[in-house]
Design a protein around this ligand. Structure first.
Ligand code: ADP
Ligand code: MG
Length: 698
């Protein structure tokens, strides 16, 4: 294997390569346009494009593509070749600044929530020079934003970039009030930890549910599950290890800082954590990581499942979004320092996050709402659907002291003595990791844990950036009017902590008691996707987005519609897949098995009426009863699927009906099927079992 430093960013047209390949004038014009957010003039753009093409063709590229993130949830690309006729029957490889900056893909097949009239199918992609171009499959990929001909945003990158500008502006403004006038830029840093499952490709191919929907729609527990917790951080199996090695290499080539990989709690589940970077790049990198995981798994005879809940009764997969702010002078704004109680700047930024999370619980919740993630939130493995914030006992004590105007006495860090002399005494981290909290302060960053594994991280980060920027703006408006900054700052912090302390919860989020207490505190508990998404266009939210120039009302409504539509389509597809499996495979198989058992009973009786056949009789009776219930439940599910058309007038109604009726009928059908699987001979059961799926990769 090539050495890592040589491999790293081999396939990325990064700053270093630009400096080498672009004449200084053009390079400086390019840098200035990024820093000032001004468009690059066409001459410089032509030079950059040409250098990019030369580098790409040297690496064997023949094509380029504008790579973008429409509302489908995955990335899209339209390939064009560099080939240009030279007039004399020959061709030359060409790539102009115009082609680099702007593309015009047909937008008609991308979700648009009614924004793009069908007569105007054009959409525009525009180059995002802040995320480096890279090579994938002999194609030069240029990260771009995507919008409609009318200028409405149709993608996930544009609002993310807008929200970064907003928080940059407001955080810098606030730091200047603190006298830090050398700060000219504040970046959002994000490190998303990605969970996934790996299963054997041959077994996957035998399951229609996995192939069509990404999750198992039927399947009873295997005798061995995760009860021994022996998978977590356990030794990594050979096939998985080989996959991870290749994945790391490919990610490094793309300049993605894949850092730690380990097994997760569930069998066959794993995690990859990258080193954090600027949120725009982190979002692009996470999309690429997911794509590569899927592709490389295939190469190793496996399938990578990114679904949030592939197996019932087994932990699902999430994505932890580690979020922080850092200045161009190298300061992490959420580093509490040794004495957070005296660190006014830290306390102010912390208070802004507390207020923002409390005021916009609904936006954070809906930014992670998908059909797949509904299986996790509220189960006892992932954070609850109630948004609350964990800040640790130390900070809570600081906050209590501020509210009560009392002196804060630091407990200091508790030393943990392992008792073995050869081991060092380590400090106990007082921001102990409460795994049940959806939004936890973990020392110098916040970890938003409610994201599902398949999610594009842009949406939650758009929300986080926007709500914190807006809160900081409100704070700065107040503080700018005051003469005594420090005193005013203290007052503002105290007032807001008193108003928003209800969002802080350091206890166990999995208990019934918390659900009741959260209700008392007036916190939202939006259990399902339709319930959460209904809040997208609440007046306070539209006002927020418009005030911060993130989305127009039209764009919010379009997004809401796209997400609801997506939810409905996914559940509908699952329901149809279930009906197909139930009728064509499960029912006939169970019927065949009972038939065979009946034949055995008859044969036994033919030999002698004295031979016992009660085991078979009991089995046949039980399965026949279940089978008749199963058949009824198939009919019920089918009726509900048909009944959905009556709700087609309102997308909200349809989503609620899908959740309250179709999904409920699916769960009922599954329950009977799983009970039958428990007592049907595995020779007859038409699909690989959970045991096989979860434990076959060695
Ligand atoms: P763990 O939480 O698993 O103990 P770390 O705290 O080291 O591990 O990091 C977890 C994730 O948080 C990593 O992806 C890391 O890059 C990211 N992270 C660490 N510091 C920051 C930061 N300042 N901003 C954003 N993400 C960060
Ligand atoms: Mg984790």
């Amino acid at each position: 294997m090539t050495k890592v430093p040589e491999l790293f960013a081999k396939n990325v047209f990064n700053d270093e390569k630009m400096r080498q390949r672009i004449p200084e004038d053009a390079y400086l014009a390019f840098r200035a346009s990024i820093e000032n957010g001004t468009p690059l003039d066409i001459n410089a753009a032509n030079i950059v494009a040409d250098a990019m093409k030369d580098w790409a063709t040297e690496q064997g590229c023949t094509h380029y593509t504008h790579w973008f993130q429409p509302m489908t949830g995955i990335t899209a690309e339209k390939h064009d070749s560099f080939l240009t006729p030279a007039g004399d029957g020959r061709v030359i490889m060409e790539f102009s600044g115009k082609e680099l900056i702007k593309g015009e893909p047909d937008a008609s097949s991308f979700p648009n929530g009614g924004i793009r009239a069908t007569f105007e199918a054009r959409g525009y992609t525009t180059w995002d020079p802040t995320s480096y171009a890279f090579i994938k499959d002999n194609t030069l990929c240029i990260p771009t934003a995507f919008m409609s001909y009318t200028g409405d945003v149709l993608d996930k990158k544009t609002p993310l970039l807008r929200s970064m500008d907003r928080i940059n502006h407001e955080a810098v403004r606030m730091l200047h009030l603190f006298g830090k006038t050398d700060v000219t830029r504040v970046d959002v840093t994000v490190g998303p930890e990605q969970e996934y499952f790996l299963i054997d490709k041959e077994l996957y191919d035998r399951r229609k549910d996995l192939k069509y929907t990404g999750r198992t729609l039927f399947g009873c527990r295997s005798p061995k599950g995760q009860q021994l917790d022996d998978h977590y951080f356990g030794a990594i199996k050979k096939r998985v290890k080989d996959f991870m090695t290749e994945l790391d290499e490919e990610l490094w080539k793309l300049g993605i800082y894949a850092k730690t990989e380990h097994n997760e709690v569930a069998p066959a589940q794993h995690e990859l954590a990258p080193i954090f970077t600027n949120v725009n790049i982190a979002a692009d990198h996470n999309q690429l990581t997911m794509e590569l995981m899927k592709r490389l798994a295939m190469k190793h005879g496996m399938v990578c499942l990114l679904h949030e809940k592939p197996f019932k009764g087994v932990n699902g997969s999430g994505k932890h979004n580690n979020w922080s702010l850092s200045t161009n002078t190298g300061e992490n704004l959420f580093k509490p320092g040794k004495h957070p109680e005296d660190n006014l700047q830290f306390l102010l930024f912390m208070t802004a996050v507390i207020k923002a999370v409390d005021d916009y619980q609904d936006l954070l919740r809906l930014s992670v709402a998908t059909a797949g993630n509904d299986h996790r939130l509220g189960g006892d493995e992932a954070p609850p659907a109630i948004i609350s914030m964990f800040i640790g006992d130390d900070l809570e004590a600081v906050i209590e002291a501020i509210i009560n105007r009392a002196d804060y006495e630091s407990q200091g860090k508790v030393l943990m003595d392992t008792g073995a002399e050869s081991l060092p005494v380590i400090r106990k981290d007082t921001t102990d990791r409460n795994r049940t909290s959806p939004f936890a302060f973990t020392g110098n960053k916040f970890e938003f844990r409610s994201l599902g594994s398949a999610l594009n991280i842009s949406c939650p980060n758009i929300m986080l950036n926007t709500i914190v920027a807006d809160t900081l703006a409100g704070f700065a408006d107040e503080l700018e009017k005051e003469d005594n900054f420090n005193a005013a700052c203290r007052r503002l912090i105290r007032k807001n902590l008193m108003e928003h302390r209800r969002i802080i919860f350091n206890g166990d989020g999995y208990t019934e008691g918390w659900i009741e207490e959260a209700k008392q505190r007036g916190l939202l508990n939006l259990k399902s996707t339709p319930e959460a998404l209904a809040h997208y266009d609440d007046k306070k939210n539209i006002d927020l987005f418009e005030r911060n120039h993130i989305f127009s009302r039209r764009e919010v409504e379009a997004r809401q519609e796209i997400l609801l539509e997506n939810y409905i389509k996914i559940i509908n597809l699952e329901a149809l897949t279930m009906l197909d499996m139930a009728r064509k495979d499960i029912l006939p198989s169970v019927s065949a098995f009972t038939g065979k058992t009946c034949a055995t009973i008859e044969r036994k009786r033919a030999v002698s009426p004295d031979i016992k056949a009660d085991a078979e009789l009991k089995l046949v009776t039980k399965l026949s009863n279940l089978l008749s219930e199963f058949s009824d439940r198939i009919d019920t599910l089918e009726e509900e699927v048909y009944a959905a058309v009556e709700h087609a007038d309102s997308i909200h109604d349809l989503a609620r009906f899908t959740c309250d009726h179709i999904f409920v009928a699916m769960e009922a059908l599954r329950e009977t099927a799983d009970a039958m699987e428990m007592c049907t001979s595995s020779k007859f059961w038409p699909y690989p079992s959970y045991g096989e799926l979860l434990f076959s990769v060695q």
